[in-house]
Design a protein around this ligand. Sequence first.
Ligand code: PAF
Length: 280
Amino acid sequence: MKPKLVRTVAALRRETAQWRRDGLRYAVVPTMGAIHSGHTQLVTEGLNRANRVITTIFVNPRQFAAHEDLGKYPRDEDGDVRKLGKAGTHLIFLPPPHEIYGEGFSTTVSLAGPAKAGLEDKFRPQFFDGVTTIVAKLFIQTGADYAMFGEKDYQQLKVVTRMAQDLDLPIEVVGVPTVREEDGLAKSSRNVYLSKIERQQATAIYRNLQAAADKIRAGIIPQNAMRAATRSLMAQGFKVDYVTARNAETLAIPKHPGEPLRLIAAAWLGKTRLIDNLAV
Ligand code: PAF
């Protein structure tokens, strides 16, 4: 199926207004393009819940710092449209930057709580204000019933869920389990930056999180299990930003035995930053 492409909010709203008149429910899958099977899985899960799926493709400048990879972020509109069509997306919203951030744009949506957990926010201080501002706009522009987010960006999932709750946005944020390569590496648009050798080394993040989860289940104190995982990754050439166990809902540092935990990691391999996480 060839999805319909729209580039303006007005055109997007014409399509969704018709869906509403037809009594259809629809999901949105926000992306920055460079579509891979992690994204198409979000489309599949959207189709499981709703009659229609919109995928948005917008490389959001506000979530990149000046030194980050905005300029070289992978872009392939034709390839993305093909893959999304194959996955069953009905509509693709591909706005140009001025459609999203018109002249005089002055609003920032900014959260505390999970957005200030000392994880991504510590290393990318501009990131969540950029994400929540664009995601709030996409929720309002699409008016979707469901929003599909990968668990791979776990802090982002929790931040966006909190935002929708706090602002009473009439949308259900749905977390979808991480899609992995056969060797366990989490699918990511940034994996294309890895050299052949780095690609082989990259699986160590997932393996170390698994080992830490096993230890915690066996009764080892989470902090000790995470320290061992950090040391192991550093010994394998990673520059670790964080490898930590957090409360799975609030992302706070765990205080009580038996709390639901999420093990969360971010580390550099050469010039590529990898993130991953695992439930315990
Ligand atoms: O996860 C992403 O690709 C982006 O952060 C998102 C949610 C599309 C917002 O730009």
